[in-house]
Design a protein around this ligand. Sequence first.
Ligand code: ADP
Length: 271
Amino acid sequence: MRLRGNKRRTTDDRAEVRGTSGLAVELRGVRRQYGRGSDAVHALAGVDLALPRGTFTAVMGPSGSGKSTFLQCAAGLDRPSAGSVRLGGTEITGMRENQLTELRRSRLGFVFQAFNLLPSLTVEQNVLLPMRLAGQRRDRRRAAEVLAQVGLADKAGRRPGELSGGQQQRVAIARALVADPDVIFADEPTGALDTNTATEVLGLLRHAVDVLDATVVMVTHDPAAAAWADRVLFLADGVFVGGLDGGSAERIAARMAALSSRTGVMAGAAA
Ligand code: ADP
């Protein structure tokens, strides 16, 4: 993904280094249960998923279907009750907390609804923060490169508070790209943005996949946002119940409406 002339690592190189089969994310039989006995909530009830590198996947589902839990488990922020998660070919299940933290900093990128930038740091310092926390050399050329890729080459010295919401999310995308991660996890990345700005941010994520060879997994409730993905996966009651490849916002919205009414009926029947 990192465009650095002949230093650019290819997918094949990475597969060789990490002994992988080209899958960025792999979940097998993942379950996440909250509570026990008759009060137990099965937030994830057996999730299997294999996402190749260089793909853009959206995850949708009605409220309470397990989207947040999925993202947390897939990104090593929460531990499944059962099953296995592999990121970039590395099994993370059973990793110690410090290993997980190091993996998140060096091999994953995150884009959140609320941008999550540190207000006291400059744009450049925010972009370099994951590398700094991972104890890596401060690579200002790399920061300039990713800031240019998101169209903010001239904002390196600014503070987040001096930027618009869309620009702040671009900084967050640059920060997610900086370490050349195996996967970028995006949690409602356009939830706080107006339609035009949202379109720019989604275009950037699309560009990251198409041109920079990134892999993006995005949770969203917005069919227009999901339509930017190669594939939309639908969650209901903690399991994936279907997918849509290259669907328009209208088709995605129709599938969501059907799913919500179905789970609504089921919830009603169970109540
Ligand atoms: P979504 O993101 O799709 O709205 P969540 O992953 O947040 O869904 O939640 C899935 C289910 O797990 C819901 O029934 C929710 O109430 C439950 N849940 C999530 N987090 C917890 C928790 N910390 N304790 C108990 N139940 C939880």
